[in-house]
Design a protein around this ligand. Structure first.
Ligand SMILES: NC(=O)c1ccc[n+]([C@@H]2O[C@H](COP(=O)([O-])OP(=O)(O)OC[C@H]3O[C@@H](n4cnc5c(N)ncnc54)[C@H](OP(=O)(O)O)[C@@H]3O)[C@@H](O)[C@H]2O)c1
Length: 353
């Protein structure tokens, strides 16, 4: 079914303009989203206008749940592709999210064929202790889900195939360095996380060439109630807020609101394709990050947190913090993406105060 809602488009665009954001649906390229109506939820929605239907893997995670909230607030159709319906139902209760559809793996095919776009965020968390089995699962969980999503997209009849795939990857792709600066053109590193990211991206790159693919190399996402910050803050309080490890490592971070806005923009704006670094424009050395954290938390920044404590708490995933990289979001800047939190101080204040 094809439709196009001028009213919603105009309203959305004027809201974005008043917030100094570029409109998600530029007037010069009003696009018609295909919506396949499986049920009354979509039928009701389709009457409202120019909406997307987005299938999301990893929707129950730290980034995914905020993305779902954002899409839901803007009345887009959402398919939560999960391993556990009951977990997803507890995160997205019907009373708060009456229009979303929750689907376990056997139903993913129908969901994907009813979607205009797919966002792929699933993967086993990396901030755990890294036994050989866990390292294997960190990689295979990402490749397994990405491969399934790509196969379902590729196997869809042309008229039902989603037009956009936004697939997560990480700045770990570049390896670590205290001196180099990485952008989307930089080569991959040679450590374990770089290998994971290369294979994860290569799996997404198998998607049908008619599908607009965006690979977002995500930095350390900062937000309330989860992510790296939730683990770092108690550590920081315990050790009176000193640098973590040597403090010289680069920390390429992004505020969760900017992460969600970037994914949203990629979904709506056809200029966003290929590799896109999902990091703030001002990465900092860890000592600076800790200094700012100390200021915001009202703690002095003097005692260094020893590496072994960090490793005990973050497991192998501590390497993300202890062996960082300086990554710049060249593509997002070139496209004029409006970062709400370009500086770490403002980002931390918004999250912790
Ligand atoms: N947060 C960051 O700082 C950051 C940085 C760089 C890259 N990334 C990447 O961005 C993606 C989203 O990040 P996030 O922080 O939102 O992740 P998250 O909170 O750890 O959530 C990921 C989701 O993946 C699914 N999942 C977990 N273990 C899995 C397994 N063994 N097999 C298949 N699916 C599994 C779960 O969804 P269900 O239980 O519903 O299936 C979970 O909610 C991840 O792939 C992550 O690697 C995140």
């Amino acid at each position: 079914m094809e439709f196009c809602g001028a009213t919603t488009l105009a309203w959305t665009n004027s809201l974005y303009t008043s917030l100094h954001f570029p409109p998600p649906f530029p007037r010069r390229e009003v696009r018609r989203f295909r919506v396949c109506c499986l049920n009354d939820i979509d039928s009701a929605q389709s009457e409202k206008g120019n909406q997307m239907t987005v299938s999301v893997t990893g929707a129950t995670g730290f980034i995914g749940r905020r993305l779902v909230q954002r899409l839901h607030a803007d009345n887009h159709g959402i398919r939560v592709l999960t391993r556990s319906r009951s977990k997803a139902q507890s995160i997205f209760p019907v009373k708060d999210f009456p229009r979303i559809v929750i689907a376990e793996e056997p139903e993913w095919k129908d969901c994907i064929q009813c979607s205009t776009a797919v966002v792929n965020l699933a993967g086993m968390p990396i901030s755990t202790r890294w036994s050989p089995e866990i390292k294997k699962e960190i990689k295979t969980s990402r490749i397994r889900v990405t491969s399934k999503v790509v196969d379902l997209i590729n196997g869809s009849p042309d008229e039902l195939r989603p037009r956009v795939l936004v697939s997560a990857t990480a700045v770990g792709y570049y390896g670590s360095s205290e001196t180099e600066v990485f952008d989307e053109q930089s080569p991959s590193g040679n450590d374990y996380l770089a290998e994971v990211c290369r294979e994860w991206e290569a799996t997404a790159l198998r998607v049908n060439k008619d599908v607009r693919l965006a690979l977002i190399r995500i930095g350390v996402v900062l937000g309330k109630d989860g992510g790296a910050l939730a683990k770092m803050v108690p550590l920081f309080m315990m050790f009176a807020g000193g640098p973590l490890g040597s403090g010289k490592q680069w920390f390429s971070w992004i505020h969760v609101d900017d992460m969600v806005n970037l994914i949203y923009e990629v979904l709506c704006n056809p200029s966003y394709k290929g590799v896109i670094n999902g990091t703030a424009p001002n990465p900092v050395r860890l000592e600076e990050m800790c200094k700012q954290l100390g200021t915001v938390l009202g703690r002095p920044s003097w005692l260094p947190v020893p590496d072994f404590v960090l490793k005990a708490i973050l497991g192998g995933g501590a390497s993300v913090v202890l062996e960082g990289q300086r990554v710049l979001p060249a593509k997002a800047k070139e496209l004029g993406f409006p970062f709400k939190y370009p500086c770490v101080k403002d980002a931390l204040e918004s999250i912790l105060s």
